[in-house]
Design a binder for this molecule. Structure first.
Ligand SMILES: *[C@@H]1O[C@H](CO)[C@@H](O)[C@H](O)[C@H]1NC(C)=O
Ligand SMILES: *[C@@H]1O[C@H](CO)[C@@H](O)[C@H](O)[C@H]1NC(C)=O
Ligand SMILES: *[C@@H]1O[C@H](CO)[C@@H](O)[C@H](O)[C@H]1NC(C)=O
Ligand SMILES: *[C@@H]1O[C@H](CO)[C@@H](O)[C@H](O)[C@H]1NC(C)=O
Ligand SMILES: *[C@@H]1O[C@H](CO)[C@@H](O)[C@H](O)[C@H]1NC(C)=O
Length: 780
C-alpha cells in the first residue's frame, strides 16, 4: 500500500515543482505579470518587466538585458501609451490577446486576437523574443504571436528585418523620440520592396540613407562588413518573405543594431564585458557620400576627392553653373545622348568599386558612390565613341554581350522594361476576362489597371487596423501607400456583403469609364480568389459629413467653400446624368459619399448602387430599393421608381444639409413631426428661410447666395419628379441670378407617415406620363 501511494505522490510533486519553476520565464493564461515582477529568460540573458526610462515618470513594459546593469531596453510594448503609476499588469485574455492594463484596468496596449485562444503560454526566450505559444509545442513556426514581429528600435541577432508578405507584415525599426521617451520617433529603417529590395532609412518623409541592394554577401553600401569575425548576414527574398537578418559567428558576443534619431541613425553596438560598456562597432551613414543621392543622377561620390562629386566618365554635369557652385542635385547627363535607332552603336563601360544605384522599379535611379576598397562593378551603356575615348581601344559591341551584361549587373536598362509592360498587359487581359465573366454578353472595355493582391496588402500594411479609414456600405475602406509613394484608398468588399460580384463589376465597369473633376477616380482594382478590392485616389479630407456635422470641424467650411462644394457636386452629377458617355443614376447620393480632396474640392464616390442606362433612358423601376433613407425620393422609396430626378431629390436634401449643418433625418421642431425638408418648408412659408442657416455661416455668408441655394434645394425636393429641375437647370440656376420658379410643396416633409403621403400623391401613371421612356428592369 505504502509503495503504491508514493508512486502516486511523486509525479504529483514533480508536477508541482515544474509548474512553479515554469513561472520564472513564462506565464499562462490564468496568471498575470504586475509591475514590480519580471520574467527572466531560461539562460538569464533577457528580462521582461516594467521600467521607467531616464528621468521620466512614465512606466513601460519592455525587455532588457538581464546582466547589463545600465538598463539597455531592446523592446517596448506600450511605446506611445505610458502608464504613469505602478498599476500596470500584463495578461493573456480569454481570446488569446495580450493585454497591458493600466490605471483602473484600462487597456493601454493589446495584440489582436490570434487564431488560437486555449492553452496559451507567454514565454521570454534567451534570444530576447517574447513569444505566445501553445503550451504543448515550441515550434517557432507555430508561435501565435512574437515580439520579434513587432520590433521597436532594436534588431537583435536572429530577428528578421523586413516583410512577411503572406501576412502583410512589415517588420521595421523606428527610433525612440529621445532617450527618455520610447514613443515612435521620425527615423525609420525598413526594407523597400523593389525588384532588388533595398534598405532605406527615412527621416520623416525624406530618404536619409540607402543600404544598397543585397549582392549575395552583404549590402552593396557596406563593403567593409563582408569581412568580419562577428556577423553573418542573410538576405531572403521570395514570394513569401523579403527580409534581412544577421546571426552571430560567435554566440557569446552580445550585440545589437539600433536605429536612433541622430545624424548617424544606424548603430551597431557590441558589449565589452571587461569594461562594461557598449562599443560602437559601426554606424551609418559613414560619411558625406552616404547621404542619399548627394551627387544626383549619374554623379559619383568619391570621398577622397575634392569636391566629392564627379560625373561618371562619359557624362557631364546637367548644369555646369550649378555644379560649379557645388549644387550637385541635378546630377549628370550623357555627353552623347544614346540614339534609339542605332543600337549597335552602343556598348557597356565597366565601372568598378561602386555602391549600386537605387533599384526602385529596377529602372536605374543612378546615384552612386565609389569606395576606396571593396565596392562593385557596374556597366553603363554609352555611345560607342565614348567607349573608344575612355578606354583607348575599340570595344567589341554585340547585342549578345549587351544582353548578358545587363542580366549580370542586375540592372534593366530598357529591354526588360518593355518585357515587364508586356507581361503586365497580358496579366491584365487575363484578369479582365475573369472580371467580365457573367456579364450579359456585353463587351467590356477595361481601361483599368489590375493590381496584385500582394501589392495592395503591402500598401495597406496587411489591411491593418491602423490603416482603416472607415466602413463603407459594402465593407471597410483602408488607406494605403503604393511603392511609388502614391496614397490610395482601398475598398475591400466584404465577402458577406449584399453587394457581391454583380455590384462589384457594376462599379468597376462604371467608374472605369468615368472621368470628371468631381468624381472620385478609380485607380485600379483587384479580384483574387475571394478578395474584391477597389483602389481609389486617396482623399485626405475624408467625406463631407465629417465636416458639416462635426462639432469642431464645421467651422472649416465657410459659406464660400460650401458654395464651391455645392457647385462641384452639381457639376459631377450633371456629368453623370447627361454628359458622360453613359447615363448614370447614382441612387445613393449623400454627404458621406461626397469626398473632399486636399483643396476641399468635392468628389462624388460610391457607385455600388448606380444604374447605367442606354442613350435616352432616364427612368427605371426596381423591386429592390437600395439607397439611404432621408435622401430617397418619395416615388423611389415607395414604388421603386428611380430616375435622374430621384438623384435630383437627393441633391436637394444634400443642399439643405450643407446649408443647415443638420442631418435630414433629425427632428427640427418642437412638435416632433418635421424633418429637415419640413422645417425648411415651414421657414420658407413663414418668410424666414435664412433661419435654416448653419450658425457658423453667419459671419461669412452672402445671404442672397444662401437664399438662392435654399430656393433651389426646395425646387429639387418637390413631390412630383417632373416638377423638379434637371441637373443642367440646377447648374444654370446656381450660376446665374435669374428669377426662379416658386417651389411647390416638397415630398416627405414629415418625419413619420411619409410613405403613405408619398403614395397618395404620386402614382405610377404620373411618373411615366412624360415623354421619356420608362423602363422596367429587375435588379440582378
Ligand atoms: C496619470 O494619468 C491619468 C490619465 O492620463 C491622469 O488622470 C492622472 O492624473 C495621472 N496621474 C499622475 C500621478 O500623474
Ligand atoms: C481580448 O482582447 C482583445 C483585444 O483588446 C479583444 O478584441 C477581445 O475581445 C478580448 N477578449 C475577451 C474575451 O475579452
Ligand atoms: C480611476 O478610478 C478612480 C476611482 O474610481 C477615479 O477617481 C479616477 O478618476 C479614475 N482614473 C482614471 C484615469 O480613469
Ligand atoms: C543617438 O546616438 C548618439 C550616438 O551614440 C547618442 O549620443 C544619442 O544620445 C542617441 N540619441 C538618442 C535619442 O538615443
Ligand atoms: C567568442 O567571443 C568571446 C567573447 O568575446 C571570446 O572570449 C572567445 O574567444 C570567442 N570565441 C571564438 C571561437 O572566437
Amino acid at each position: 500500500m505504502g509503495l503504491l501511494s508514493s508512486v502516486f505522490i511523486v509525479p504529483n510533486l514533480l508536477f508541482l515543482f515544474f509548474t512553479t519553476s515554469y513561472g520564472v520565464d513564462s506565464i499562462t493564461q490564468t496568471q498575470s505579470l504586475s509591475d514590480g515582477k519580471t520574467l527572466v529568460s531560461k539562460g538569464g540573458s533577457f528580462e521582461l518587466g516594467f521600467f521607467r526610462p531616464g528621468s521620466s515618470t512614465n512606466r513601460y513594459l519592455g525587455i532588457w538585458y538581464k546582466n547589463i546593469l545600465d538598463k539597455t531596453v531592446v523592446w517596448v510594448a506600450n511605446r506611445g501609451s505610458p502608464i504613469n503609476d505602478s498599476s500596470g499588469f500584463l495578461m493573456i485574455n480569454g481570446t488569446g490577446s495580450l493585454l497591458l492594463l493600466g490605471q483602473n484596468k484600462t487597456v493601454v496596449w493589446s495584440t489582436s486576437p490570434p487564431t488560437q485562444s486555449q492553452n496559451l503560454l507567454l514565454q521570454l526566450l534567451d534570444s530576447g523574443n517574447l513569444v505566445l505559444r501553445d503550451e504543448r509545442t515550441d515550434n517557432p513556426e507555430d508561435y501565435v504571436w512574437q515580439s520579434f514581429d513587432y520590433p521597436s528600435d532594436t534588431l537583435l541577432p536572429g530577428m528578421k528585418h523586413g516583410w512577411d508578405l503572406r501576412r502583410g507584415l512589415n517588420r521595421r525599426l523606428t527610433s525612440w523620440k529621445n532617450w527618455e521617451d520610447p514613443s515612435p520617433g521620425d527615423t525609420i529603417f525598413e526594407i523597400e520592396l523593389y525588384n532588388y529590395p533595398d534598405g532605406y532609412i527615412w527621416k520623416g518623409s525624406k530618404i536619409f540613407y540607402r543600404t544598397g541592394p543585397w549582392n549575395g554577401i552583404g549590402t552593396s553600401g557596406s563593403p567593409a562588413l563582408k569581412r568580419n569575425s562577428i556577423y553573418q548576414f542573410t538576405f531572403v527574398t521570395n514570394e513569401d518573405e523579403v527580409y534581412y537578418m544577421y546571426t552571430l559567428k560567435n554566440q557569446s558576443v552580445i550585440t545589437r543594431l539600433v536605429i536612433n534619431q541622430s545624424d548617424n541613425p544606424f548603430q551597431r553596438y557590441t558589449w565589452v564585458e571587461t569594461e562594461k560598456i557598449w562599443n560602437l562597432y559601426s554606424t551609418l551613414p559613414k560619411d558625406l557620400c552616404d547621404s542619399y543621392a548627394r551627387c544626383g543622377a549619374y554623379g559619383n561620390c568619391i570621398i577622397s576627392d575634392s569636391p566629392i562629386c564627379q560625373c561618371l566618365k562619359g557624362f557631364r554635369p546637367k548644369s555646369e553653373e550649378k555644379w560649379d557652385l557645388t549644387d550637385w542635385t541635378q546630377g549628370c547627363v550623357p555627353k552623347k545622348p544614346l540614339s534609339c535607332q542605332d543600337k549597335l552603336k552602343h556598348g557597356f563601360l565597366k565601372f568598378t568599386g561602386l555602391k549600386l544605384p537605387d533599384t526602385k522599379n529596377t529602372w536605374v535611379d543612378r546615384n552612386i558612390r565609389q569606395f576606396e576598397t571593396g565596392g562593385q562593378d557596374l556597366y553603363i551603356r554609352m555611345d560607342a565613341s565614348e567607349l573608344e575615348s575612355v578606354d583607348g581601344r575599340k570595344k567589341k559591341i554585340a547585342a549578345i554581350v549587351v544582353a548578358s551584361v545587363a542580366v549580370v549587373s542586375g540592372l534593366l536598362l530598357g529591354g526588360c522594361y518593355i518585357f515587364r509592360s508586356r507581361k503586365n498587359a497580358k496579366e491584365a487581359a487575363e484578369k479582365s476576362e475573369k472580371l467580365g465573366q457573367g456579364r450579359d454578353g456585353q463587351e467590356e472595355d477595361m481601361e483599368l489597371p489590375i493590381l496584385n493582391l500582394s501589392t495592395i496588402t503591402r500598401a495597406t500594411d496587411g489591411f491593418s487596423f491602423d490603416n482603416k479609414l472607415g466602413e463603407g456600405g459594402f465593407g471597410p475602406v483602408y488607406k494605403g501607400v503604393l511603392e511609388d509613394g502614391q496614397e490610395i484608398a482601398v475598398k475591400r468588399l466584404s465577402k458577406i456583403s449584399g453587394q457581391g460580384a454583380n455590384e462589384f463589376k457594376n462599379e468597376v465597369i462604371l467608374i472605369a469609364k468615368l472621368q470628371h473633376r468631381n468624381l472620385v477616380r478609380l485607380l485600379g482594382c483587384c479580384v483574387e480568389g475571394e478578395e474584391k478590392l477597389l483602389v481609389y485616389e486617396y482623399m485626405p479630407n475624408r467625406s463631407l459629413d465629417s465636416f458639416i456635422f462635426d462639432k469642431t470641424r464645421y467651422k472649416i467650411l465657410d459659406w464660400s467653400k460650401r458654395f464651391q462644394i455645392i457647385c462641384g457636386i452639381a457639376r459631377g452629377l450633371l456629368y453623370l446624368h447627361e454628359d458622360s458617355r453613359l447615363r448614370i443614376i447614382h441612387r445613393d447620393l449623400k454627404a458621406s459619399n461626397i469626398l473632399l480632396d486636399k483643396e476641399l474640392n468635392p468628389k462624388i464616390s460610391d457607385f455600388g448602387m448606380a444604374r447605367i442606362f442606354g442613350g435616352d433612358q432616364t427612368e427605371g423601376n426596381t423591386n429592390r430599393v437600395v439607397g439611404t433613407y432621408g435622401y430617397m425620393a418619395p416615388e423611389y422609396a415607395s414604388d421603386g421608381y428611380f430616375s435622374t430626378k430621384s438623384d435630383v431629390f437627393s441633391f436637394g436634401i444634400l443642399l439643405l444639409e450643407i446649408i443647415s449643418g443638420k442631418k435630414s433625418r433629425g427632428v427640427f421642431h418642437q412638435d416632433q413631426s418635421l424633418n429637415l425638408i419640413g422645417y425648411a418648408w415651414k421657414l420658407w412659408k413663414e418668410n424666414s428661410p435664412l433661419g435654416l442657416m448653419d450658425a457658423c455661416l453667419e459671419d461669412s455668408h452672402c445671404s442672397s447666395e444662401v437664399l438662392r441655394c435654399i430656393h433651389i434645394s426646395l425646387l429639387c425636393v418637390e413631390q412630383r419628379p417632373e416638377d423638379r429641375p434637371s441637373m443642367s437647370s440646377v447648374v444654370l440656376m446656381l450660376g446665374s441670378e435669374n428669377a426662379l420658379l416658386q417651389p411647390k410643396q416638397p415630398g416627405f416633409f414629415t418625419g413619420k407617415h411619409s410613405h403613405a403621403q408619398a403614395r397618395s400623391s404620386s402614382s405610377k401613371n404620373e411618373s411615366s406620363s412624360n415623354n421619356e421612356v420608362a423602363v422596367r428592369i429587375v435588379d440582378m
